[in-house]
Write a protein that binds this ligand. Structure first.
Ligand SMILES: [Zn+2]
Length: 344
C-alpha cells in the first residue's frame, strides 16, 4: 500500500455515502441530555425518560413498568378503546422531542453533517430535531444547502414542516411558509412503532422512503449509526434491503456500522447487506470513515479498493470550536469548489 496525503484525493467518486441513523446516534451525541438536559430515550427506557408519559399512563391505569414503548404502543393500537389515550401519548411524545435543541457549541450532529457533502444523504428514524437544526446553523458555513447532505426523515420529524398539497411534497423547517402556495407548513406526522406501519399512508413519509431507496441503489458506502433494527421495524428493514438489493450485486461497496454492540452481533444483524469482508464496525463515531476522512469518505474508500492507496486521515477535530472547525473545513471546501469549476 502507498500512502498519500488527503489533498491528493480523487474527487471523481460521484456516488453517494448514505448514513442511516437511529436512536443510538442521538444517545451517543448527548449522553447527558441536549441543551436543556432533556435526555434521549431508547425504546427500553422510554417511559423513564420522556417527561410526563409515565404520570399520564399511571393516571389512566395503564401498566407500563417493565414494558418497552413499542410493545405497549403496538398493543394499544390494536384496540380502539385506547384511541383517545393513544392520541394523548402521541402529543406528549411530540412535545418532548419538539422542544429539544442543539447546545450552542459544535456537537456530534454538526460534525456528522459537516463531514459529508452535497452528494451524500442522511436518513433518520429519529423524531428529535437535531439533523434539521444542524442543517440550519451550518449551511452558510459550507456555502449553501447544496454542500450539505440531503436529510431524509423515515418516521417523520419534529423539526420539519410539510405541505402535501402539491405533487412534490414541500418540506422545510417547521413554521415557515410553503414557497408554492404561501400557506404555513404543517407539522410532520410522526410514525409510531407498530408492526404494520403503512409507509404509503402519508405523502411525506412515502416520498422519504422513495428517496432512501434511490440513495441505497446508488450508494458507494452505507453507514448504519445507532440503529438497532427493532422488531417493529421488520417492514423498514425489508424496504431497505430492497433498495440495497442482493449483497452479491454489491461486491465493491462498503458497509460501516457504528454501534456499541460487538462485531459478531452486528455482522449477524446486517449479514444480508454485507458482502464478504466489505465492512467495518466502530463503537465510536469518531473512529468511523466519516469522521476520519471528513467529506472524502467515498473517495478514501475508492482509492483503497481500486488503487491500493491508503489515505492519510484528515480527522475531524472533535473538540474544536466553531472557528477551528472552519479552519479544518476551508481547504476541503476550496478543493471542492476548484473541482466544481473545472467540471463546469
Ligand atoms: Zn404548499
Amino acid at each position: 500500500m502507498r500512502n498519500q496525503r488527503y489533498d491528493k484525493y480523487n474527487l471523481s467518486v460521484q456516488r453517494p455515502h448514505l448514513v442511516l441513523i437511529g436512536a443510538g446516534a442521538s444517545r451517543a451525541a448527548f449522553p447527558n441530555g441536549e441543551k436543556y438536559r432533556l435526555r434521549l430515550p431508547l425504546m427500553n427506557d422510554f417511559f423513564d425518560i420522556v417527561e410526563g408519559l409515565s404520570d399520564y399512563l399511571e393516571k389512566h391505569g395503564i401498566g407500563y413498568k417493565n414494558k418497552n414503548f413499542e410493545d405497549l404502543y403496538s398493543s394499544m393500537y390494536e384496540n380502539s378503546k385506547y384511541n383517545e389515550i393513544r392520541t394523548n401519548i402521541e402529543e406528549i411524545v411530540y412535545n418532548y422531542f419538539g422542544r429539544m435543541e442543539l447546545p450552542n457549541e459544535p456537537t456530534l450532529y454538526d460534525h456528522l453533517i459537516l463531514s459529508m457533502t452535497g452528494r451524500d444523504a442522511i436518513a433518520t428514524f429519529n423524531w428529535d430535531p437535531f439533523i434539521g437544526q444542524a442543517m440550519c446553523r451550518n449551511y452558510k458555513r459550507v456555502g449553501g444547502n447544496n454542500n450539505l447532505p440531503r436529510p431524509i426523515y423515515l418516521h417523520g420529524n419534529t423539526a420539519v414542516g410539510v405541505c402535501t398539497r402539491h405533487r412534490q411534497v414541500q418540506v422545510g423547517p417547521k413554521g415557515i411558509i410553503c414557497r408554492k402556495c404561501r400557506k404555513r407548513l404543517e407539522k410532520s406526522k410522526l410514525l409510531y412503532p407498530i408492526e404494520k406501519k403503512n409507509y404509503n399512508s402519508d405523502p411525506f413519509i412515502k416520498s422519504s422512503w422513495h428517496d432512501v431507496r434511490s440513495y441505497l441503489q446508488d450508494a458507494f458506502m452505507f453507514t448504519i449509526f445507532g440503529y438497532g433494527a427493532p422488531s417493529s421495524d421488520v417492514e423498514a428493514i425489508k424496504l431497505l434491503q430492497e433498495g440495497w438489493g442482493n449483497k452479491y450485486q454489491r461486491v465493491m461497496e462498503e458497509i460501516e456500522v457504528i454501534d456499541i454492540l460487538e462485531e459478531d452481533l452486528l455482522c449477524e444483524k446486517w449479514g444480508t447487506f454485507i458482502h464478504s469482508h466489505h465492512y467495518s464496525t466502530h463503537k465510536d463515531f469518531y473512529l468511523s470513515s466519516i469522521a476520519r476522512f471528513g467529506r472524502r469518505s467515498c473517495d478514501a474508500q475508492f482509492q483503497r479498493i481500486y488503487n491500493c492507496i491508503e489515505l492519510v486521515d484528515n480527522s475531524l477535530p472533535k473538540y474544536a470550536n466553531w472557528d477551528e472547525l472552519d479552519e479544518w473545513l476551508k481547504p476541503l471546501l476550496e478543493e471542492e469548489n476548484t473541482k466544481r469549476e473545472r467540471r463546469n
